[in-house]
Design a protein around this ligand. Structure first.
Ligand code: GLC
Ligand code: GLC
Length: 654
């Protein structure tokens, strides 16, 4: 796209670049800058065009992109070019991820490097290493309160350890995912410290107010993320004698993106981590990036423009690097984080599928798929060259962010139904074996979310205590069923460390005063490697889960129809306990897989002939890809055993 004003500015910027930048070989950089410049200029202008120093800020932005390009390792540059050519590479069936804390998983970053073999044994080839940056000694929101964006916390390692981890992972063809906490910093970050000391420049990095006038206006419409432990969205800082915006915890200061200096700092940090060898960057809490009085300050249009701008800038310097949007927001909002258009208004290539996650939990509690079907039915189709991160559990709580309309269509009353789910998973509901805890209960709104490990939420802890083998097997079946869904739905399945061996709730956090108030720590375990060894002992709980997952992952990787090309076809089975969809290989229409899952604890049947299929499916020679056998048929009906699933193909023996 050629546009006069932006291009004359580009020429001017190229003339003004520092001589040390100008002289170097920037061939690829210039091509990409030229291709993206109009988009970058327009977005930057939209956000900051009213400022007198606009041109100077634009120059600074280009300088940052260019200097990081010069620092980028030649191996990474080669990978960039390869990925540009094979631009759909991440949609492939081959990717299976796991999120883990390096300390909880293996002591520290070096420990993690030594355990890569374990992950490969399972089949995991994408690892999200949870926050590793320098953060306060005490409470740090699990590392999401960053004190230094360019240094690793000494409790887990050093920058060299990251370089070595990245190198080892690359050799094993594993992808490294790291966090960039873009929305806020810790109050111990240098910017916050200097703001505290009265430096105006750094006070302008945050939302700082002399009195409560503006904060009170904001509070009229801002929700609370942590109502019990961090009520309100502003914290009074005594040194500064001012109020500062702190949407999450009181020690997490929200960055002010109306200031272009903040945007430029953050791009520099994003590119810094791209250059440390991260393949994917997880951008934290992106829904919160733009604040506006009179709104909830979530999902604002400007937040999307900032992400588009981040993507465009990253494509100039490090085009091989992907973004994950961590936006745990309403189903209709979440797909917007992929961007409006895959070419001209791209945001993040990958987004957490929180909708699917919460719907799966609904199906576990209700044993039916009414809401699951409604919810998936109303999930907007996403962009091309975009994919979901499908997960069952993560380090955060489970939020019941369904669409109220879907809850009503499923035949429930929204508030009551949410209450039931919280009661079910916290074991208040009598018939429930779940051992979760309510998280972030809000007395004003009646909302609550749920903490707890996967195994404890599906009743494994209760079953083990009772020595009830039937209940133990049922919990294992549910664990496998949920994973079968995230492996086949379309997108990258993201396992959560410990779940592969049925790790139960951890109570140690209660003895640590910096964690005791935040029960999300009950599902952020320290792995017991003796326990993990039991995966090799035939018949153990660990072995039954680990082996099931290992097999599922292997099947996923050899099933082209499981790559994500927006091809999922949801099927109405007329049976409220079943969830069914068809996945099709975009390059070979005859190659398809019919996924059918039973969320009930009794067998369910289905008349295959009545399924509303778009294409043809030969019901003669059905084979279940997971078990390798034929599915159960009775009187012409397919029978799905309790808490089981089928991955059916009509291709016979492969
Ligand atoms: C993200 C993290 C969560 C953290 C929050 C604030 O949502 O996943 O753990 O509390 O950001 O940084
Ligand atoms: C809210 C936020 C999400 C965060 C979570 C932490 O759900 O939307 O970003 O991870 O709170 O509990």
């Amino acid at each position: 796209m050629y546009e006069q004003v932006s291009h004359s500015l580009l020429n001017q910027i190229l003339d003004e670049l520092k001589p040390d930048i100008r002289k170097r070989d920037l061939r690829h950089f210039y091509t990409r800058l030229g291709a993206n410049f109009y988009a970058i200029y327009s977005l930057f202008h939209h956000l900051y065009g009213a400022r007198e120093d606009f041109d100077a800020q634009m120059l600074r932005l280009v300088e940052v992109m260019a200097s990081q390009y010069l620092k980028r390792d030649s191996k990474l540059k080669t990978l960039d070019v390869k990925r540009e050519q094979d631009h759909d590479w991440f949609l492939d069936k081959e990717w299976v991820g796991m999120a883990l804390y390096s300390d909880g998983f293996a002591g520290d970053l070096n420990g993690l490097r030594q355990k890569l073999g374990y992950l490969q044994e399972l089949g995991v080839n994408l690892v999200h290493v949870m926050p590793i940056l320098k953060c306060p000694q005490g409470a740090s929101d699990g590392g999401y309160a960053v004190s230094d964006f360019r240094n690793v916390d000494e409790r887990v390692g050093t920058l060299d350890d990251i370089a070595s981890l990245a190198q080892h992972m690359r050799r094993r063809q594993m992808l490294l995912t790291l966090d960039v906490v873009v929305n806020h910093t810790s109050d111990e970050h240098e910017w916050a410290q200097r703001a505290r000391q009265g430096e105006q420049k750094y006070q302008d990095y945050y939302y700082v107010f002399d009195d409560r006038v503006v904060p009170d206006m904001f509070e009229e419409t801002l929700p609370e993320v942590f109502p019990e432990t961090s009520p309100g969205n502003f914290t009074f800082d005594e040194t500064m004698n001012k109020w500062v915006m702190t949407v999450f915890n009181s020690y997490q200061w929200d960055l002010n993106y109306t200031n272009p200096a903040v945007f430029i700092e953050m791009i520099d940090i994003i590119l810094f981590w791209a250059n440390q060898g991260a393949d994917i960057l997880r951008l934290d809490a992106v829904a919160f990036l733009w604040k506006k009085v009179g709104t909830t300050s979530q999902n604002e249009r400007e937040a999307h423009l900032i992400l588009q701008l981040m993507k465009d800038c990253c494509q100039v310097t490090a085009p091989g690097v992907l973004f994950i949007a961590e936006a745990i927001v309403a189903p209709l909002e979440v797909t917007k984080y992929f961007g409006e258009d895959a070419v001209i208004a791209k945001e993040c290539e990958i987004a957490y599928n929180a909708t699917f996650m919460a719907l799966l939990w609904d199906a576990v509690a209700t044993r039916n798929t009414k809401l699951l079907n409604e919810g998936i039915h109303s999930l907007p189709v996403k962009l091309e060259r975009a994919t979901w991160l499908n997960y069952v559990r993560c380090h955060d709580d489970i939020g019941l962010g369904f669409d109220n309309l879907d809850i009503i269509k499923a035949g429930y009353q929204p508030d009551k139904h949410r209450r039931f789910l919280v009661d079910y998973f916290t074991g208040v509901f009598d018939a429930s074996p779940a051992r979760g805890k309510p998280f972030a209960s809000n007395e004003k709104t009646g909302d609550a979310r749920i903490s707890g490990s996967l195994a404890s939420l599906v009743g494994l802890e209760t079953a083990l205590e009772a020595g009830d083998e039937v209940a133990i097997q049922q919990s294992i079946d549910i664990i496998l069923l949920l994973h079968a869904m995230i492996m086949s739905f379309g997108g990258i399945p993201l396992l959560y460390y410990g779940d592969e061996i049925g790790t139960l709730n951890d109570r140690d956090f209660l003895t640590d005063e910096s964690k005791a108030h935040d029960n999300r720590w009950m599902h952020r375990p320290r792995i017991d490697w003796d326990d993990a060894e039991l995966r090799k002992q035939h018949g153990s709980v660990q072995q039954r889960i680990f082996e099931g997952l290992r097999k599922m992952i292997a099947v996923r990787k050899s099933t082209p129809a499981f790559a994500d090309y927006n091809d999922r076809e949801l099927l109405d089975t007329k049976n409220p306990h079943l969830f069914a969809f068809m996945r099709t290989n975009p390059f070979l229409q005859r190659d398809h897989v019919l996924v059918i899952a039973n969320f009930d604890s009794t067998p369910q049947s289905l008349n295959l002939g009545e399924l509303p299929l778009r294409g043809s499916f030969e019901f003669g020679g059905l084979q279940d890809l997971y078990s390798g056998g034929s599915p159960n048929l009775f009187n012409g009906q397919l029978v799905v055993p309790p808490h089981q699933f089928y991955w059916l193909t009509d291709q016979g023996q492969r």
